[in-house]
Design a protein around this ligand. Structure first.
Ligand SMILES: [Mg+2]
Length: 107
């Protein structure tokens, strides 16, 4: 997200307040859950709805980061842990590039 967009999000927190934006985040996450649930049931025709709700959640997560602090270190730690688990479950992965892994899983 660029600085202009982040300024808009900061303005929303300032105008509506942190509590209102936290409730909005909860609502948007529920809408994403609902869209994913419908997508699972009805298939690809609802991908645009899933993308729309993902966008809403990303916007709300940016605001939550402004309120609760950045999460880059936690995200990095968790992605490394996931990578370790994937490699342990399939040792052949350790020798593959990310592109090779992607191809292998999308055959
Ligand atoms: Mg929404």
């Amino acid at each position: 997200m660029d600085e202009r967009q982040l300024d808009v999000l900061r303005s929303a927190i300032f105008k509506y307040g942190e509590q209102a934006q936290i409730y909005m985040a909860i609502e948007e996450m529920a809408e994403l859950i609902h869209a994913l649930s419908k997508h699972k049931r009805y298939g690809r025709c609802l991908e645009s709805k899933v993308r729309e709700e993902m966008s809403d959640v990303i916007i709300m997560l940016e605001q939550l980061k402004m309120m609760f602090g950045r999460v880059d270190e936690e995200v990095d730690k968790k992605v490394k842990r996931l990578d370790k688990r994937l490699r342990e479950e399939d040792p052949a992965l350790a020798r593959m590039s990310y592109v090779e892994r992607y191809r292998r899983w999308n055959r």
